[in-house]
Design a protein around this ligand. Structure first.
Ligand code: ATP
Ligand code: MG
Length: 312
């Protein structure tokens, strides 16, 4: 199956300052996004995510390597025809009203006036701006601008959607709305690539992830491939646990924390947590929660980011 997005050995070196000092933003980066999947490009600030995305769009010319969208070389008309894009810092025409802007974007994408109007109304609803887009963008809050820009990226019903930090600037409800929207895009058969430095967004919605640190792809694959399930950390919250049992679990490596009436036991591995759960139940304690955390993705991410920082 042909990849919907493909980066082949992409590298980008910028020249900065009077002495044209070299800044290596991206180095030999290769990955593929398959049709219909949600791919997360995860990396710390300055890792090269935006530069990579701009090369995929053809806005930044690679120093070497190449990129393709639906088989067409990045930057060509064919590659952009069915592509939607949300920039990192959306700069919209502030003197237009939200709804006017969206219709204008639709017209630019080649929609008829009535289609542009209809899609714009549907999308305003989808991004939670219905009824609030009749004011000038100048008067929008940051989150509203982000939502409108996201709607703009979808106006032409693109096959592929590339979103540079789509959740940035959004409140918790907005973040959830955007996650849900991205999941809906997948249901509709679209391919989504988005960048983020927020692990929970990746865990919640991505089919596959690429970790970028200092311009290089350190890891790429499905979450379960990157992080062994057995390595999940688990938080077990119980009430009325006998002191003796709590001491015993602490001695065997669990982290024990008293919180109000409850005792919070944290285990670094799931099998240990399951054993503890059995003994807690046997002792007649009340189990409030048993929550596996993929803390190991965080660990992997931090290890990669720190490792690079330590070697550079
Ligand atoms: N136009 C440019 N000229 C010079 N250097 C640049 C340019 N664009 C990016 N860089 C540098 O390239 C590196 C990667 O930047 P990039 O914006 O791609 O990172 P990012 O992963 O998107 O970070 P963030 O999470 O902060 O958005 C940084 O060191 C940055 O300073
Ligand atoms: Mg960026």
């Amino acid at each position: 199956m042909q990849a919907q997005v493909r980066a082949e050995n992409l590298s980008k070196t910028f020249r900065v300052g009077f002495f044209a000092r070299k800044v290596r933003a991206v180095e030999s980066l290769s990955f593929e996004v398959r049709p219909g999947e949600i791919f997360g490009l995860l990396g710390p600030n300055g890792a090269g995510k935006t530069t990579t995305i701009k090369m995929l769009l053809g806005f930044v010319r690679p120093s070497s390597g190449q990129a393709f969208i639906a088989g067409a070389p990045a930057g060509t008309l064919a590659s952009r025809r069915k592509l939607g894009y949300l920039p990192e810092h959306p700069a919209l025409y502030e003197f237009l009203r939200g709804d006017e802007y969206l219709e204008f974007a639709g017209r630019l994408a080649g929609l008829s006036r009535s289609d542009a109007r209809q899609r714009s109304a549907t999308l305003l609803e989808r991004v939670g701006l219905a009824g609030r887009a009749d004011r000038r963008i100048r008067k929008f809050s940051k989150g509203m601008v982000q939502r409108l820009a996201l709607a703009q990226s979808l106006i032409a019903e693109p096959e592929t959607v590339i979103l540079d930090e789509p959740m940035s600037g959004l409140d918790p409800i907005g973040r959830k709305d955007v996650r849900d929207l991205i999941l809906e895009l997948r249901v509709e058969g679209r391919t989504v690539l988005f960048s983020t430095h927020i692990l929970s967004d990746v865990e919640a919605i991505c089919d596959r992830v690429g970790i970028v640190v200092e311009g290089r792809l350190t890891d790429c694959g499905a979450l379960h491939e990157l992080v062994a399930p057995g390595a999940r950390a688990v938080e077990l919250v119980v009430e009325k646990i006998p002191q003796e049992l709590s001491d015993r679990l602490a001695a065997s490596g669990a982290q024990v924390l008293k919180r109000d009436l409850a005792t919070v036991l944290t285990f670094s591995e799931e099998p240990k947590a399951r054993q503890a759960l059995a003994s807690v139940l046997e002792a007649g304690a009340t189990v409030i929660a048993f929550t596996p955390h993929r803390r190991s993705l965080e660990e992997l991410f931090v290890a990669r980011a720190r490792g690079k920082a330590a070697t550079s």
